[in-house]
Design a protein around this ligand. Structure first.
Ligand SMILES: Nc1ncnc2c1ncn2[C@@H]1O[C@H](COP(=O)(O)OP(=O)(O)OP(=O)(O)O)[C@@H](O)[C@H]1O
Ligand SMILES: [Mg+2]
Length: 312
């Protein structure tokens, strides 16, 4: 398979702060690659360097065999970027917005009109094309932003947190459009700090934290790294610190994560030690509302690698 993206030893610094730290990443043509990481992990910085919007301090980035630094035009026309911060003109109609970006990508005449209509229909905004985005919901603006990025049929579509702060319907629409764009032949890079979303659509996942790529692989490969862990989520109000401490002291405990209303405990077998856990909680008069046992997931892996939760 063709290597579409090759980032080698890429470094980005702001002053003395290393924002992207010796990043190595290869993405094959045809993938939906999910880049997962908490706020400030360096996802957008990585995306901006790959898109040629930000200079790298060290290393190299190639797209479809072209160096992003040396052949900016060749690489830019292969990319459709849907940025985290919306890039649309509020005072122009939806149609004019998409036209504007399509012209930037060199489309003219009948083909321009055809591709613009196609893009608006693709994101479900055909019947709102005369309206200005200032009257749109957050989700509709996101969808318009996607339409602006796809008229030139880029080989690589990059969406930077496209589902933050939007309604569930638009969210599903966007996730489905990622799949559809991929079926139609585009490779997709998708960043998010929502584990569930990345798990739902990605063929491969990279996990970033503190500027470093701390894990990368298929979901199966990543889950295998924490195959020895099971999670038990206990819903209960006001678990005293003494109970948490006692849970931490259990000889087979891997990790105890207090929640707002309850606790998560990670063990190599939750079933084998369930009685012990219940015993500790009942000793401290904790009234349990529910118990759920789950297999390890990407959240477990993030916790296991960083000691922190992805959610906060
Ligand atoms: N122009 C800049 N000047 C200085 N520091 C910056 C600049 N841009 C980003 N940073 C810092 O670099 C780090 C990574 O930022 P980045 O935006 O790449 O993270 P992210 O993973 O996209 O986070 P989020 O999920 O919040 O979008 C952060 O600590 C951020 O404050
Ligand atoms: Mg970002």
């Amino acid at each position: 398979m063709n290597r579409l993206v090759e980032m080698k030893d890429v470094v980005k610094k702001y002053g003395s702060k290393v924002t992207v730290d010796h990043l190595n990443l290869t993405i094959q043509e045809g993938e939906i690659f999910g880049l997962l990481g908490p706020n400030g992990a360096g996802k957008s910085t990585t995306i901006h360097m790959l898109s040629g919007l930000l200079k790298i301090d060290y290393g190299s980035i190639c797209l479809d065999g072209f160096s992003v630094a040396e052949r900016p035009l060749e690489t830019k026309r292969r990319i459709g970027l849907v940025p985290q911060d919306l890039a649309i003109y509020e005072e122009m109609s939806a149609l004019d917005n998409v036209m504007f970006f399509a012209r930037l990508y060199g489309l003219r005449g009948a083909l321009l009109k055809e591709r613009v209509d196609e893009a608006l229909a693709f994101v479900g905004l055909q019947d709102r094309k005369k309206d200005k985005p200032k009257s749109f919901s957050g989700g509709m603006k996101r969808r318009l932003n996607i339409a602006c990025a796809i008229t030139h049929r880029p080989k690589l579509i990059i969406m930077d947190e496209p589902t933050v702060g939007i309604d569930p319907q638009s969210r599903n629409h966007i996730l489905e459009s990622v799949r559809e764009l991929n079926r139609m032949g585009s490779t997709v890079i998708y960043t998010s700090h929502y584990m569930e979303e990345v798990a739902a659509i990605s063929t491969r996942v990279g996990i970033m934290d503190g500027g470093r790529l701390i894990a990368c692989g298929t979901q199966e490969e990543l889950r295998a790294k924490v195959a020895g862990e099971e999670k038990l989520t206990i819903e209960a109000q006001g678990i005293p610190e003494a109970a948490l401490e006692e849970l931490r002291q259990h000889p087979h405990m891997i990790r105890v994560v207090p929640l707002e209303e309850g606790v998560e405990v990670y063990l190599n077998s939750t079933q084998a030690y369930l009685q012990d856990i219940l015993f500790v909680l009942s000793k401290h008069q904790v009234r349990i509302r529910s118990l759920t046992q789950t297999e390890p997931d990407l959240e477990t892996l993030f916790l296991s690698l960083t000691g922190r939760s992805l959610r906060d």
